[in-house]
Design a protein around this ligand. Structure first.
Ligand SMILES: NC(=O)c1ccc[n+]([C@@H]2O[C@H](COP(=O)([O-])OP(=O)(O)OC[C@H]3O[C@@H](n4cnc5c(N)ncnc54)[C@H](O)[C@@H]3O)[C@@H](O)[C@H]2O)c1
Length: 414
């Protein structure tokens, strides 16, 4: 069973999946191992991750391991219909389409939960919330799940603290091979890919305001600097603010940055980061976008209310005229700019993130009788194994400790 827009467009989806497969050697090796051992035989997996080619390949790897896959997107604007069609053409169950309404998005996520999954692979926490709130009778089937992103982790920690979490959840985002590379270098590159291809404007010489100097914000700021922008960081955490200063960026309050920014990128995981107070101070032609998980960082609804006129300024850019005559622009409705206005992170980056996902799902199955109903870290052995394989695929060799060095590093006596 599936619910997609149009299965006949599967060939272009397959071409996209073939391209990423050729650039994801870690997943290639895991696919081979899973195909031989079939660790997910008899296991149903519900997966909600931005449904583009790299995610599709992860789904195929899990299916190669014997899993019965039930797939949906994790954002209404990031699903690529041809990729969804290619998965359905290969016999996987997909419930997703581009630009789903709230009701359609809810129906699609509900369908994958109604399948009665044994493993849940989530990105932002929507599936985990749904099963706990609307389908508690299906919780007993669940061995456990994996969470892809920072925002989902925040929700899981809150559930865990309230003893509300009813099955083990692996915090994939917190693995070193995930956030150190995906959040920083993946977001750093793909956010600018989305902005550049959508605006076709110069970045050099412009003032770029990055809200949030966490793993993602560091990447976005670093790449903006590389393109010749003058970068301003806004933060609420004094330590992150100090880091930004020492990395060479100006730090100030959003209220002040609003007056001088040309591009604004929110990547905080928080809400109401850019609101009316800032809109009224912004320069004519300022461009705003969001790279945080949910579309609540730029108050687009507030901007709409404030506007005296709106126009489609360019494909995927909406212009809003304020009472003071200034036009402000928002890319992709304030949804994740790298996915709603681009193809997401580079394949080589998602190779690591999805290797962690695949091996964490395997860990859940192999340890199903031992795990508690709480959040768990990705085992260090999995993190190290992914790094070891990636280094090998890059053709690199690194040193290893001699027994004497090992002893030296683990003893307190000189
Ligand atoms: N676009 C993508 O592809 C992508 C990839 C990974 C993560 N994410 C999402 O991006 C967001 C950030 O993730 P991260 O890993 O960088 O998290 P992080 O926790 O490392 O960083 C978030 C930073 O934002 C700061 N912050 C919080 N509220 C703020 C506010 N109101 N104003 C200014 N700064 C504020 C925090 O102090 C922190 O330094 C999350 O929603 C995450 O899910 C997106």
């Amino acid at each position: 069973m599936s619910e997609i827009r149009n299965e006949s467009i599967w060939k272009s989806g397959k071409t996209k999946i073939d391209w990423v497969r050729a650039n994801m050697p870690l997943l290639n090796s895991i696919e081979k191992e899973f195909s031989e051992k079939k660790p997910f035989k008899g296991i149903k997996i519900a997966l909600s991750i931005h449904l583009e080619a790299k995610t599709a390949y992860l789904c195929k790897v899990l299916a190669a391991g014997g899993a019965e896959m039930y797939i949906t997107g994790s954002n209404p604007l990031s699903t690529q219909d041809d990729v969804a069609a290619a998965l359905v053409h290969d016999g996987l169950n997909v419930y997703a389409w581009y630009n789903a309404s709230d009701e359609e998005y809810h129906r699609h996520t509900s369908e994958v939960i109604k399948a009665g999954p044994n493993i849940i692979i989530d990105d932002g926490g929507d599936l985990v919330n749904l099963i706990h709130n609307e389908y508690p009778e299906l919780i007993d089937n669940v061995i456990g799940g994996c969470e892809e992103t920072t925002t989902g982790i925040i929700r899981l920690i809150a559930m865990n603290n309230d003893n509300a979490l009813k099955f083990p959840m692996v915090l994939v985002n917190n693995a070193d091979c995930k956030h150190l590379f995906d959040n920083r270098y993946g977001t750093g590159q793909s956010v600018w890919d989305g902005i550049n291809r959508t605006t076709n404007l110069i970045v050099a010489g412009k003032n770029v305001v990055v809200a949030g100097y966490g793993w993602c914000g560091k990447g976005v700021a670093m790449r903006a600097k590389g393109m010749g922008a003058s970068v301003i960081v806004t933060e609420i955490d004094p330590i992150k603010a100090m880091e930004a200063v020492m990395d060479g960026f100006k730090v100030m309050k959003m209220e002040k940055a609003a007056k001088i920014g040309d591009f604004f990128i929110t990547v905080t995981g928080c809400k109401d980061v850019i609101t009316e107070k800032s809109f009224m101070n912004m320069k004519d032609g300022a461009i705003m976008c969001n790279a945080g998980h949910f579309d609540c960082e730029v108050d687009v609804a507030g901007l709409k209310d404030l506007a005296v006129e709106t126009k489609q300024a360019r494909n995927n850019i909406m212009g809003y005229k304020l009472p003071n005559g200034n036009w402000l622009n928002v890319i992709a409705e304030g949804r994740l700019v790298n996915l709603a206005a681009g193809d997401g992170h580079p394949a080589e980056i998602m190779d690591m993130s999805f290797a962690i996902q695949a091996l964490s799902a395997l860990y859940l199955v192999e340890n199903r009788d031992k795990l508690k109903e709480k959040i768990i870290d990705v085992p260090k052995s999995v993190d190290n194994e992914v790094a070891r394989r990636k280094i090998k695929f890059w053709g690199l060799e690194i040193d290893s400790l001699t027994p004497e060095q090992e002893k030296y590093l683990s003893s307190w006596e000189v």
